[in-house]
Design a protein around this ligand. Structure first.
Ligand SMILES: [Zn+2]
Length: 59
């Protein structure tokens, strides 16, 4: 395996891991809670729709 390929796999792993972690965080967030992205907005007015779309596509 070449070094470049190892780097690519490392990157993919960290991106997927981050995504799954975010999914878990959003899943545990209630509609009227502060959004986990730290925008200071309420979840339903911030990333909730995005999260729902992403969920539809992924699972
Ligand atoms: Zn947000």
């Amino acid at each position: 395996m070449t070094l470049a390929l190892v780097e690519v796999i490392k990157n993919i792993k960290s991106v997927v891991y981050k995504m799954l972690k975010n999914m878990q965080v959003y899943k545990d967030t209630k509609r009227n809670d502060a959004c986990p992205c730290q925008s200071g907005k309420i979840f339903k007015k911030c990333c909730m729709n995005e999260y729902r779309e992403a969920k539809k596509k992924c699972w």
